[in-house]
Design a protein around this ligand. Structure first.
Ligand code: GLU
Length: 478
């Protein structure tokens, strides 16, 4: 197959916000398309109108875009093989279903839900796996017409004949299925809408999808889909099924473990670059062992057949670490833009943009999430809370230090950072020589008075950012 023919797709159902697992599937499709100079398509699978919503669809768009996983063809950008929303393709599916009936691959089924429930119960009582009884397989035209005249609308079932089905999964290797275990399954519901297995095949066929890369939770659907491709006389795409993402306790990743929707991760202050880098490592490993890599570097190194076929564990701890690494390295202007929404409880307008960047610059080092900045920058925007340092501030040492500092700082040149740095050094030496105070303790007293804390950003930076008036005001308040 020539490179140009590679066409992959991500096909989320808008029945929830974009899940981090779907983001990984999207990323692997995106990387494969990039590597093979192919096309990456977004299709919205909203045939289940009751479970789909505009809001979720928008969340999927926004989350994929935030991650930079922009599609070549899709509902908003269009393309040669649209529409890209299944709800706008409802007139397409019945034609293909009819074609299958005409060729003898499918038949109308008039069984009611009650009939089918009864069959299920009987199978359960006999402890055998359920398969449709084929009650409607051999109905005559007259019988069907009669049922239709009564107003009963049929569903359409695909007739599954015995066959040993083998396919070579790009990730899992050779997979074999005995189709005699699959009962005749519905391809169209009685309300005229397609089932997932049918719509997905018709769309992948018409959209000329060459490789279907998706989660292994769909493996059991694949034999059904291959049977439909074959019946339609279409080329069967290559399949690659990715292992699942599990929580650290090896159960299904769910909200009780932490965020699962991309938009929730972003709300907590994960950087999209870190998220992407992290999910790429769930099943894929860089050939040079260097884990921190941007999408272009990952794409260059990406080989689909090297994806691990086993499940991956979603280590929140590792993601946090990685996020911290990205926060430390990120361009400060960009980081400030991303950080400001997390500081909206403060009046940030009292600082110039340069100063805000400075505040972020001096507080970013220890944080793992952007939301940590709210706490870590508090003393730049509000009066410090002195409760926790009360004792520290009431020692004899602190009193001596703060009294002299209040006096000295009046003469500091706040435009000359280096000078402040040197003066503070002299200040520490003075107390060490005069009173034997440890330099660290001298600085603690000043830090506690100005910030209400014993740790935090660089002291000189704090003094400069707060400015002379504020520093003196805070010292007077102690
Ligand atoms: N709509 C399906 C899902 O959300 C797509 C599955 C597929 O990729 O075939 O899981």
């Amino acid at each position: 197959m020539s490179d140009e023919k590679v066409r992959v797709r991500i096909a989320p159902s808008p029945s929830g916000n974009l899940h981090i697992g779907t983001a990984r599937t999207a990323l692997f499709n995106y990387l494969f398309a990039k590597k093979m100079h192919g096309k990456y398509v977004l299709r919205i699978e909203d045939t289940d109108l009751d479970r789909s919503s505009e809001e979720y669809k928008q969340n999927i768009f926004d989350s994929l875009k935030a991650l930079g996983l922009n599609w070549d063809e899709g509902p908003d950008v269009g393309g040669q093989y649209g529409p890209y929303k299944q709800s706008e393709r409802f007139d397409i599916y019945p034609k293909f279903a009819q074609m299958l009936i005409d060729k003898g691959y499918a038949y109308e089924c008039f069984c009611s839900n009650e009939d089918l429930d009864k069959e299920h119960e009987e199978a359960k009582a006999k402890k055998i796996p359920y398969k449709y009884s084929r009650k409607c397989l051999n109905l005559t035209k007259e019988q069907k017409d009669e049922l239709k005249a009564k107003g009963i609308k049929p569903s359409i079932r695909f007739k599954v004949d015995y066959k040993e089905l083998v396919f070579n999964d790009l990730v899992k290797g050779e997979l074999k299925f005995d189709t005699s275990l699959i009962g005749d399954f519905a391809i169209m519901k009685s309300n005229g809408t397609p089932t997932y297995n049918f719509a997905v095949v018709v769309d992948d066929m018409l959209m000329k999808i060459s490789h279907v890369i998706r989660g292994e939770d769909h493996i059991s659907n694949t034999p059904k889909q291959i049977l439909i491709y074959e019946a339609l006389g279409a080329t069967v795409p290559k399949f690659g099924h990715l292992g699942m993402i599990l929580a650290p306790d090896r159960s299904k990743l769910s909200k009780r473990h932490g965020a699962t929707a991309v938009s929730d991760f972003i709300k907590q202050g994960y950087l999209t670059e870190a998220l992407l880098n992290f999910v790429a490592l769930l099943g894929w490993a860089p050939s040079d062992g260097v884990e921190i890599k941007n999408v272009d570097e990952i794409a260059a190194d990406f080989r689909i057949n090297e994806i691990s076929s086993s499940n991956s564990i979603f280590e929140y701890e590792k993601l946090n670490w990685m996020n911290g690494q990205y926060i430390k390295k990120m361009d400060i202007s960009k980081l400030t833009d991303l950080a400001l929404p997390f500081l909206n409880k403060y009046d940030t307008s009292k600082y110039s943009r340069d100063m805000l960047e400075r505040i972020i610059e001096v507080t970013r080092e220890p944080i793992t999430l952007l939301k940590d900045l709210e706490n870590d920058t508090q003393y730049f925007f509000e009066e410090p809370k002195l409760d926790e340092v009360k004792e520290l501030l009431s020692t004899d040492l602190s009193k001596k230090v703060l009294e002299k500092f209040k006096n000295d700082v009046k003469d500091y040149d706040f435009n000359n950072e280096e000078e402040i740095h040197n003066k503070l050094a002299d200040f520490r030496t003075y107390f060490k020589e005069q009173f034997g105070f440890k330099p660290k303790e001298t600085m603690w007293a000043i830090r506690a008075a100005l910030t209400g804390r014993t740790r935090g950003a660089d002291m000189v930076a704090i003094i400069v950012i707060l400015g002379k008036d504020e520093v003196i005001k805070r010292l007077n308040n102690v």
